[in-house]
Design a protein around this ligand. Structure first.
Ligand SMILES: *Cc1c(COP(=O)(O)O)cnc(C)c1O
Length: 457
């Protein structure tokens, strides 16, 4: 019985000729489609041997197609971010400007002078590419770009303090998302952590005492508490004062800014996020920050500062392991040019979103509401708040206008939107599904409205 049932199962070739399978060929190619059919039939044979019913050819086709989509399809894909969180780490942080994308495409297509000195006709250095622009923007003497800011902090601590002591306030022993914890990075670098002060209050005299009592201090680290805020009875020593204190003892100060803005967030109704320029001007020996947070560029770790501290980092073996790739450097250069041309708030998506006036967001939310109403879906426009995210400006919000959908089952619709192609990530607030136009790119609007109409109707 089982043998007969097994013999009746369709062959790979039989399934391969089904139109529904042929339709998958242009995207997946012959090899993956055959793999999916074989694995599906293997599974079917097991089931039949165990006494299961032999499936029809149509069922085999459907299962093979599902296997392709579930196991062999590329998983990283664009998502529409309607959450209103501008720098959303889970959603890939900063969308890139048109110029940054074009620069990346240009170097991706062919060869480039990544490590080639064209005038001299010999080997050059990849570290030169974004350096001059970073120095011009921040006022620093030297700059280095690595893979991400966690790498920048690790490299800087390794080069400046391996085997020696690093002072840091207990209020700055931070953990940011994704497993980056200052004490652990410190341990990785081989530096010795010397905690100063208390969780909520650290004073100048705490640093002075540590400098007097602790042997072999190489560095004072100032880490920006980017993703939380201590309120109430608090005190921290600011970067300028730390630099002055360190200077009196011949100890350099490093600032880990995290987000590292180049523009003043206070101009947009937010709290002031420390800028790279002011940290350099305060006299920090080394300043490091991310490329894909408030800078609005590709994933990168940026190190700027005094040449005598930054240059040795370029020669350290760890710099080779953490080096930035050509796509990153191309995108970063183009992003930095927006700042130099004074067009960051028009050209860099993160800043365009921060600067978007509430009237514009209101117009967009109303347009969305009209489009849904035409499709018979009831929606409202409501006041709400967007956040900057990306471990910057905790507790700070930007007023926005939301499209709010009063639905009987908002969780189910939110889940269906996440499974849609393209996926849409929305928010649920007070039992309503809400979508924030601030983080939706204008060119994504038709797809967003299509997804809502498909999902809700
Ligand atoms: C985000 C952040 C980092 C890590 O930066 P990545 O670019 O994500 O590696 C390090 N320090 C602080 C204070 C941060 O906010």
């Amino acid at each position: 019985m089982t043998t007969a049932a097994l013999r009746q199962l369709p062959s790979v070739d039989r399934i391969l000729n089904e139109p529904a399978i042929q339709a998958l060929m242009p995207f997946y190619g012959h090899r993956l489609v055959v793999t999916a059919i074989r694995r599906t039939l293997d599974g079917v044979r097991e089931e039949v041997r165990a006494g299961g019913r032999p499936p029809t050819p149509e069922e085999v086709v459907a299962r093979a197609a599902a296997y392709l989509q579930g196991h062999l399809a590329p998983t990283l894909k664009p998502v529409i971010n309607a959450t209103g969180v501008i720098i959303h780490t889970n959603l890939g942080r900063a969308p890139l400007s048109a110029a940054a994308r074009a620069a990346m495409d240009a170097v991706a297509r062919g060869y480039s002078n990544l490590e080639y000195d064209l005038p001299a006709g010999r080997r050059g250095h990849r570290t030169v590419h974004a350096e001059r622009l970073l120095c011009e923007l921040t006022g620093a003497e030297a700059a280095l770009v690595v893979n991400n800011n966690a790498g920048a902090v690790l490299l800087a601590l390794t080069v400046l303090a391996q085997g020696r002591g690093v002072l840091i306030s207990r209020g700055q022993l931070i953990e940011i998302g994704g497993g980056f914890r200052i004490p652990e990075v410190m341990a990785q670098s081989g530096a010795r952590l010397v905690e100063v002060g208390t969780t909520n209050r650290t004073h100048r005299r705490d640093y002075e005492r540590a400098l007097a009592e602790e042997p072999d201090i190489a560095l004072i680290l100032h880490a920006h508490s980017s993703n939380f805020r201590i309120v109430g009875f608090t005190a921290e020593v600011g970067l300028p004062e730390l630099v002055e204190l360190g200077g009196a003892h011949g100890i350099p100060v490093m600032a880990d800014l995290g987000s590292g803005a180049l523009l003043d967030t206070a101009a947009f109704g937010l709290a002031h996020e420390p800028t790279a320029q002011e940290s350099v001007a305060a006299g920090a020996a080394v300043v490091c920050f991310s490329g894909d947070k408030l800078l609005g560029g590709p994933q990168a770790g940026i190190i700027v500062g005094q040449a005598r501290f930054v240059d040795p980092m370029k020669r350290h073996p760890l710099a080779r392991a953490l080096r930035a790739d050509k796509l990153c450097l191309a995108g970063l250069q183009a992003t930095l040019m927006h700042y130099l041309r004074d067009e960051a708030t028009e050209q860099i998506p993160v800043w365009r979103m921060i600067a978007a006036p509430v009237e514009e967001l209101d117009r967009r939310a109303r347009r969305w509401r009209r489009a849904l109403q035409r499709a018979g879906i009831r929606a409202e426009v409501a006041d709400g708040h967007s956040t900057v995210g990306g471990g910057s400006l905790p507790g700070e919000t930007l007023p926005t206008r939301l499209l709010a959908l009063p639905l009987p089952d908002p969780d189910r619709v939110a889940a269906a939107l996440r499974r849609h192609d393209p996926p849409v990530v929305a928010r649920i607030e007070e039992g309503r599904l809400v979508l924030d136009p601030r983080t939706v790119l204008p060119e994504e609007e038709p797809a967003l409205l299509g997804a809502l109409i498909n999902t809700i109707r």
